[in-house]
Design a protein. Sequence first.
Length: 370
Amino acid sequence: MIEIITVSNKKQLNQFIKFPWKIYKDDPHWVPPLLMDIKKRFKSSFSFFNFGQQECYLAYKDGELVGRIAAIKNDLYNETHKDKTGFFGYFECINDQAVANKLFDTAKAWLQDKGLNIMHGPASPSSNHDYGLLVEGFDDSPRMMMTYNPKYYIDLITNYGFEKTMGLLAYKMTKEDVLGNPKLQRVADIAQKRAKMTIRPVNMKKIKEEVQHIKNLWNEAWEDNYGFVPMTDAEIDELAEDIKPIAEPSLILFGEIDGEVVGMGIALLDYNYVFKQMNGRLLPFNFLKIFTQKKKIEWLRVIVLGISPKYQGKGLDAVFYNTLIQNGFKLGLKYGEASWILEDNVMMNRGMKVVNGEVYKRYNVYEVKI
């Protein structure tokens, strides 16, 4: 017998949050999220709830906890896209189609009750957070702030009737391939000189101003992209707060032309290498590993690369990739990941060829009419 209950108290919420530990207990590639970070997403002060709602559910089979899901309504998304799309997120489930179906049915009913006619995901809780289902690349741990899931989730989702609507790509770059590619340096140099663009690192002493530059560029450069949701001031502030303790200034770059910020490239050291050792807990002493294990990190992840629309198509993305990667290698890193990139983003995918990037992981997002 399968029973679905609505999360309605602190005990149930803790069960919801900690359920992934059951799914991934024998998976060597899973990186446990920091509990203190994930718990923030379920507090009323979380920025998403300024424009969104969600209902969380737990699934039990014969009295045993076997799955979870959240039904999500994002008013900002629907205002932006003139749409009636709902979302599912935080999906975790044993390999049992009946349980998955019951969870999806429950989320669907909640979304229908809100007047929505499409269920889209996974988005936890939006495309500005954890987005997409891993469909290729299961032999490796996820990089910082990227999703991970068992392979059988593909069948659980598609068997329900979901269809892929977009693919998200993760590219791998190696030190040898990048440094051995004179074309990248040549393209970057020509583009930078032609546009008269200067590159500078983030000024951590003026972080509020810098964060505003990020918000303005994000909302300008990504406006026409699939699934775009503008980032609010509160969301940007939260992101900055999360990133600030682990930020490496030489990997947060701004491009300026005539004093105007026209582009940005942001990369993070892959602290998932460290978090994997923490089992979700920063305290009492695990936080020390952030400092003691930092030199063992081999990857960086380019999480944001955006150019103001009026300067797009001029090769300036190569300038950022080149500088970020070179700076990363100066820190002793061996590999870079650029993610995620929409599979239909011709300009960005073309740029990855210039840096000899290879697609090594793929993620899908899905929809079903409800």
